[in-house]
Design a protein around this ligand. Structure first.
Ligand code: HEC
Length: 128
């Protein structure tokens, strides 16, 4: 009597653990998939941007519209840091991530298409 009821309880516990394991595995799998696709999209974006040849003038306009509030009209820094010789401190990939990632608040993430990102990069390269 006791043995059979305890083994029934054991079976119940096993079922619960099995279900929890399954749920955990599914969540883990979904996270991995999302991460993978996100990573691929990000990489595609970076490759596309680096293939394009940006325009300094367009980049300058974009900078004036979006960045001067924090980095200053001459990019010498206000709330955000001085961006002169930024291209010697960070590589293009890092700069793209900085602008589109929103990883360092209060700097927002910018949704910017590859052509404009390329323009912006080209402009940042002129700041020495
Ligand atoms: C709301 C203010 C704000 C705006 C707008 C903003 N930034 Fe920033 N930015 C910052 C701050 C603050 C940092 C420093 C973040 C940190 O590392 O703590 C920063 C850092 C950076 C860096 C890295 C600097 C370094 O020395 O590592 C780059 C590159 C940059 N910003 C480019 C841009 C560009 C390009 C734009 C316009 C598209 C822009 N930022 C718009 C606030 C801003």
């Amino acid at each position: 009597m006791t043995t059979s009821s305890s083994s029934a309880a054991e079976r119940d516990i096993k079922k619960v653990f099995f279900k929890m394991g399954l749920i955990f595995f599914v969540i883990f799998f979904i996270c991995c998939t999302l991460f993978f696709f996100n990573y691929r999209e990000e990489n595609k974006y970076i490759i596309k941007t680096l293939e394009l040849k940006g325009s300094i003038n367009e980049g300058n306009t974009l900078f004036k519209m979006n960045c001067v509030g924090c980095h200053g009209i001459t990019a010498r820094g206000l709330v955000g840091p001085d961006l002169h010789s930024i291209t010697q401190r960070l590589n293009d990939k890092q700069i793209i991530k900085q602008v589109t990632g929103g990883l360092t608040p209060p700097m927002p993430s910018f949704e910017i298409d590859p052509q404009n990102m390329s323009n912006l990069l080209r402009y940042l390269h002129t700041l020495e």
